[in-house]
Design a protein around this ligand. Structure first.
Ligand code: MN
Ligand code: MN
Length: 323
């Protein structure tokens, strides 16, 4: 089972100028063949299907831990897309013309089927597909596939980084390029422990110059390029038996984080978009009902969850929170 923490794995900026065309490109990193839905579902099904877990425990623990991290990556990509779509469909429900601004955007379904929201699709609107999951039951085959998947995923992230200059897309790809590098190394190291073959020497690809990318630097300085998390208070300890030794590119020592999960950051409470009925045509009504329910349940009058802004949905206040 999975425990859930109501924080993002890394900080994303607040909404700024909307960029729906950029957001449609970022969809590739969510629902594309090499997107986060794919990494999450590949490692999740491989861990569900894993036989002889006790006999192969370090490898099982590695797959299960990285699978859990990928869940949070999907959350991050969706949050970046939602941030980029905020304000693109400004207006009130029923006002003719309030959505004309997004008529010619690349993915109108984000507004028609969704409330200015991420969809489980790639950058061309093609739905994510279970055929993207490879779970053969053969550990070496699965690990080799995963190395290839992480390699392709980083390649796609770099292209989206180069294509889209919205601050949310840049913060997202800066973080995911660093974490994807750790996963690439982890699967290469697992194959090396199993067979002696060093994939990082055989296929030094993709050549991602993370040292040149400003948005990667804060994560590298915090050592995020060297460690894996277990995402569990007690379990999955045996990843330490596989994920160790020097980083193949920098020579620094790989390690397992002492903390259960990344510290991360609270998400911005993105403002309502009533023109697309999110969270409804009259968001105030829902807020009033929630306040009454909270009171009746004996909860504090202020919401107990933590967000990065004051939750009023006013963008000016969101920006104030950062300064
Ligand atoms: Mn990922
Ligand atoms: Mn990954």
């Amino acid at each position: 089972m999975i425990l859930r923490v109501d924080r993002l794995q890394t900080e994303l900026p607040p909404p700024s100028d909307p960029d729906p065309v950029g957001a449609s490109a970022v969809q590739e990193l969510l629902g594309g063949k090499f997107g986060e839905m794919s990494t999450f579902m590949n490692y999740t099904y491989q861990s569900f299907n894993f036989r002889s877990r006790q006999g192969a425990r370090p490898f099982y623990d590695l797959l299960a831990s990285i699978a859990a991290e990928e869940f949070g990556h999907i959350e991050l990509v969706a949050s970046a897309i939602n941030t980029m779509l905020t304000g693109a469909a400004d207006g009130d429900p029923g006002e003719a013309g309030d959505l004309s601004g997004v008529k010619s955007t690349r993915n109108t379904q984000q507004f028609i089927a969704g409330g200015a929201a991420a969809l489980v699709q790639d950058s061309m609107g093609k739905p994510w597909n279970g055929d993207y999951v490879f779970s053969s039951g053969d550990l070496l085959e699965d690990l080799t596939h995963n190395f290839f998947l992480e390699t392709g995923a980083r390649n796609n992230k770099l292209k989206v980084y180069e294509m889209v200059d919205h601050p949310a897309a840049r913060a997202l790809t800066g973080y995911l390029l660093v974490r994807g590098g750790v996963h690439q190394v982890a699967y290469a190291r697992a194959i090396e422990k199993l067979t002696g073959a060093d994939l990082m020497k055989m296929f030094p690809s993709p050549r991602i110059p993370t040292e040149k990318i400003p948005e990667c630097q804060p994560h590298i300085q915090r050592g995020e390029h060297l460690k894996l998390y277990r995402f569990s208070p007690k379990d999955y300890q045996e990843i330490a038996a596989v994920f160790n030794g020097p980083h193949p590119e920098t020579g620094e020592e790989l390690r397992i984080a002492e903390e259960v999960q990344p510290e991360g950051a609270p998400p911005f409470d993105l403002p309502p978009q009533p023109a697309v009925f999110a969270p409804g045509p009259e968001p105030e009504e829902i807020a009033q009902i929630a306040a009454r329910l909270r009171q009746a349940a004996g909860l504090p009058s202020e919401p107990t969850g933590v967000v990065a802004n004051d939750g009023s949905g006013v963008l000016g206040k969101v920006k104030d929170a950062l300064t």
